[in-house]
Design a protein around this ligand. Sequence first.
Ligand SMILES: [Cu+2]
Length: 346
Amino acid sequence: MSGFLAVLVVVLIFIVIFQIAKASEYVSILKGEKKARQQSNRINGFLLIAFLVLGLIGVYYCNDLLKGKILGESASDQGEGVDKLIYVTLLITGVVFVITQILLFVFAFKYQEKEGREAFYFPHSNKLEVIWTVIPAIALTILVAFGLKHWFQLTSDAPANAAIVEITGKQFNWLIRYPGKDGQLGRRSVHLIDPAASNELGVDWNDPLSKDDFQATEVHLVVGKPVKFVIGSRDVIHDVGLPQFRLKMDAVPGIPTTLWFTPKFTTKQMKEKTSNPDFTYEISCDQMCGSGHYSMRGVIVVETQAEYDAWVAKQPTQYSLAHPADAPAAAPKADSAQKTVAANIK
Ligand SMILES: [Cu+2]
């Protein structure tokens, strides 16, 4: 019903505008075209000023309403720099926006058609062209340079003590792998992917580094400790979006990407900070990747070292899940299994 009413209102508004336009046409014939044009210019001039004032009030109101309310404080050290960059960019573009909009509407009002006033013919000025090309070019170059500085930092080598977590996108969830005690991830091959054999990632069990790797349904991180994400995809392009940490990185099939950051607050601290008992850090897929895109929400838990260690101790290695027969004595039998597979490959 309300939808029908809305359509009706829009149609009526169009009819009213059409009738006003028609009436003003007749008025111009009666009054003389010049006089009618001047009057309509005056009305338009006032409407433009009203639009400017209401628009600026609206911009201020929306900013005030949403300031600091959408995402809150950055939850990573690196995100602070990103926030600062956004604020500086908003400040510069905001000042330019306000000045240009005021000039645009005020000039349209001030220099409307008037009796005895002629337009000043001003076709071209090289000096002016240079000024309004060079100044924005310098400002944008500086902003891009600061953006690149952050980008190079995020994608640079992680500190030596950084934890490593591998995140692989697939339609439609994230596969999360930890390197285990050795701190190194085992080799993978797309040809070895076999979900039926608990090997969704195609891990090469012949690689000794793969034996202690474990997979998880949530990403667990230690507060204050740098972490490096090794990001990939099994099918189409996804994107690891970390809104609370202010980071994102494409997950591209065949091309591993990385980023590193240091979480500042535990999930528990964030629950208190946001006064939201249901707060969770999330991984959102920031790349439209197919019909189930909306469901690619991953969960990140940031906790203390002790809580993290307790969690890690409970995680079975993916090797043991993929080789249940070897379970009682995983280590020695692993070697024999490795030899068998190696022999088969030969
Ligand atoms: Cu997606």
